[in-house]
Structure formats: structure tokens, C-alpha cells
Design a protein around this ligand. Sequence first.
Ligand code: HEC
Length: 247
Amino acid sequence: MKSFMSPHLTWPMKSTVALVQFSRQILVSAAAAVTFIAAPAAFAAGGPVALDATPAAKLKDKAAMQNGAKIFVNNCMGCHGVSAMRWSRLSDIGFTEEQIKALMPAGVKAGDYMRTSMNRNDAKEWFGAAPPDLSLTARSRSSHSGTGTDWVYTFLRTYYEDPSRPTGWNNKTYVGVGMPHVLWEMQKTKSPAEFDSAVGDIAAFLNYVSEPSQFSRKSAGIVVMIFLAIFFVLAWRLNKAYWKKIK
Ligand code: HEC
């Protein structure tokens, strides 16, 4: 490199060479920094866990989300809430008012948030950790390994028996988890494909909960398109009418 910077080089050439060398140095240090930052992150997560992708069709399927919601209410809400959601809002995924009422626990109003009745302090004592609200889990668990929804989908399918744990269960995706394998009965009575499908439905529901505006946003888009179409026709007719007089 040194011979390259010969005194015969003109000043702009010299500075270009220097600039190229300088950028290369920056690139090398940046690459080193990335390796340095990424490595401990992978270790902190207990080694990179390969996440299974949630079946894509589930994420657009309201019937899947409805089934996921039913499983969630019956198997998860004893400990977890999704307190960003109102019960009445379940109509977004196609439930009728009657169906929502049938899901709601006694003493709850349709306008109430979907909270758990579990006392956080009791839960902490029983499980060593309070069950978090799952409103945003499908987003907050996102990583370079996959979406947060994929994390939930994988997590619920990677429980294994471990007598050394207080609950008797451990999890490959969340090592040392405080939550017992609540879908154990379901996993035992269903075929692996059926169980995967049911878990996919739960993941699809939690994915919807983490972004409930996804449907209203789409319908707003349609309204805007219809408005633009009507506006276009009106403007075109008006334009014609004006020019008629001038011609
Ligand atoms: C008996 C109580 C209980 C039930 C029922 C339960 N969980 Fe949990 N769950 C917990 C506890 C406690 C934790 C916190 C574990 C920890 O951090 O070690 C947890 C953690 C989780 C997490 C990880 C959240 C995060 O980002 O850290 C997810 C996801 C989850 N539960 C989903 C579910 C789903 C879905 C169901 C229903 C199929 C369910 N849970 C039923 C107690 C429960």
C-alpha cells in the first residue's frame, strides 16, 4: 500500500487512496463490532434456538384466530390476560355478540379488557415468576431467529418432562420456564399434526392481539379506494362540464 502512495500521485488521487483505506478500516472494525455484540446475545438466549415458522395461512385465517381465542380463554386466561383487548373487540375476528358472551367469565362486561383473575403476587409465589400479560408478546419476542409469533408457536411445542424442575416440566425454547406445560392433556390426546394446528391457532390469535388494527386498517384502505373512485368520476364529469362552455 505504501508504494501506492508515491510522491508522483497528485493530491486528489492521494486523498482518494487514503479515503479508500480509511473506509476499509471502518468496515473491518464494524464487522468486528457486530460479531462482538451478536455473540453474547446468542449465549444470553441460551444458544440460538431455531424457531419454527407459524403456518402463514393461519395468520390470515379468522376461523383459526377464533379457535385460538377459545383455547386461550379456556386454557391460558387463568394466569394470563391480554389486557390491551376488550372482549367486545373479538367481533373483529368474526365472533358474534352471543359467541363473545359465551366466552366471557361471569361478572365481566363486553366493554371490559380481557384481564386475568390471577393475583400477581400469588402467581409469583407459585411459579417463581408472574405470568406476563400477553398482549404484546407476539411482537416483543421477535428476534433475528423469527417473529414473536414464531417464538410463541415454537415455545408451546417444545415442552419436555424434567423432574428437576418444580413443575416437572422444562422447555427447549425457554429454558427453566416457570410455566407448567398447560397443554399437556391436549398434546396427549391429539395427533402431532392436530396439536401443531391448535398451537398455530393460539399463535395466530396472539398475533392478532398484538396488532388488532390490522383488520380495521385494511377496511380503511378499501373505504379510501372507494372514496377516490367516486371523487375521480365527479372531478372528471365536472372537468367535462367546464370545458363544454369554453369550447
Ligand atoms: C398456571 C398458570 C399459567 C397458565 C395456565 C398459562 N401460563 Fe403462560 N406463563 C405462566 C408463567 C408463570 C409464565 C412466566 C414464566 C417465566 O418467566 O419463567 C408464563 C409465560 C408465558 C409466555 C412467555 C411470555 C414471555 O414473553 O416471557 C407465554 C408466551 C405464555 N406463557 C403463553 C401461555 C399460553 C398460550 C397459555 C395457554 C395455552 C398459557 N401461557 C397458560 C403461567 C401460566
